[in-house]
Design a protein around this ligand. Structure first.
Ligand SMILES: [Ca+2]
Length: 327
């Protein structure tokens, strides 16, 4: 409408501007005023249209952008979107994963006779360095503090410290937790899990437990906490035998939210990867805000972004909170 009006008035102005027609001259001032009004009207409508369009685009962009890395709080339940896929050793029974900079990871693998700590290239999945554990040890959680890699083992109190430069063993120590499942660090303390609902804080010098919290969601204990990662002030934990990651406050053990991601494992199974085990491996690249996930015996490692699950219809307590497993 505004453009049609403009064209109509514009045509009228042309015909009325003939200097050989005196009547036309008397009509010129009012026609010009009318044209200006219509022009302003049209300009206003076009500006308003453009402004509203920009608002709509910004709104769409806000709703679809990754919520991690933004400055607003994460939603209580998040899903994921795969950004990149990378090769991952399908024989690696991943028990601990962390980003080490320069597109490399440190990874701890489990199973008796196949346990290791290794340095892995992101792009190729190639194992660049490896330290195998004695066949009597089942490797578990791994974290890096300074140049020291800490690794715990399953069903044994034996834990190891490696030099991250060459993976040589520096020290053995006694795991202060009842069992060894997950490890992570905020750069000051080591966070640990032992497969129960307890989140431990361990002093990296004395290697003693300095704090422990029972992890709870809406007042109920979250059992089977496994691989850990420290992400933007929170401790994230794979919940064993689920497709769930709990976002835990390291201050009091309260679950702040969940990441529910059955699609990765289901996608691998649908692609005939029948031998894979559960999701277990979270690595956070603080420098580039990149989040990586993999699982035990998964042939792929994923870079993902979080998405709000605004239409989540499931029961997170049934999906993510199981009874404690008895070995
Ligand atoms: Ca981790």
């Amino acid at each position: 409408m505004p453009i049609k009006s403009l064209r109509r008035k514009s045509n009228g102005r042309k015909s009325n501007s003939n200097p050989r027609n005196p009547q036309n001259n008397t009509m010129a001032p009012s026609t010009t005023t009318s044209f200006r009004l219509t022009y302003r009207h049209a300009s206003f409508l076009i500006s308003a249209f453009l402004f509203i369009s920009v608002l709509i685009l910004l709104s769409i962009s806000w709703n679809t952008r990754s919520v991690i890395g933004s400055h607003r709080p994460l939603d209580p339940i998040c899903g994921i979107e795969v950004v990149n896929e990378f090769p991952h050793d399908p024989n690696a029974f991943t028990q601990g994963l962390l980003y080490a900079g320069n597109d490399t990871f440190f990874e701890s693998t489990g199973l008796y006779g196949r346990s290791s700590v290794r340095k892995v290239a992101l792009g190729t999945g190639k194992v660049e360095a490896i330290q195998n554990l004695h066949k009597s040890y089942f490797g578990e959680g791994l974290t890096l503090l300074g140049e020291r890699l800490f690794q715990v083992t399953w069903l044994k109190k034996t834990a190891f410290i490696y030099d991250s430069n060459n993976l040589s063993k520096v020290e053995m120590f006694t795991n202060p937790m009842p069992d060894g499942w997950g490890l992570a660090t905020d750069g000051k303390v080591l966070f640990g899990s032992d497969g129960t609902s307890t989140l431990y804080a361990i002093d990296p010098q004395s290697l003693k437990v300095v704090k422990r919290h029972i992890v709870r969601y809406k007042g109920h204990e979250v059992h089977n906490l496994n691989e850990l990662e420290y992400v933007n002030g929170e401790v994230w934990a794979n919940v064993w035998q689920t497709d769930c990651i709990a976002r835990i406050s390291g201050k009091d053990g309260v679950v702040l939210g969940w990441i529910y991601l059955p699609n990765l494992r289901e996608g691998l199974v649908a692609a005939e990867n029948r031998g894979i085990d559960v999701l277990n491996g979270i690595a956070w690249d603080q420098g580039k805000n990149r989040l990586f996930l993999t699982g035990k015996l998964w042939p792929k490692l994923y870079e993902i972004k979080l998405r709000p699950q605004t239409r989540f219809n499931g029961d997170i307590e049934k999906l993510c909170m199981h009874m404690p497993f008895q070995f």
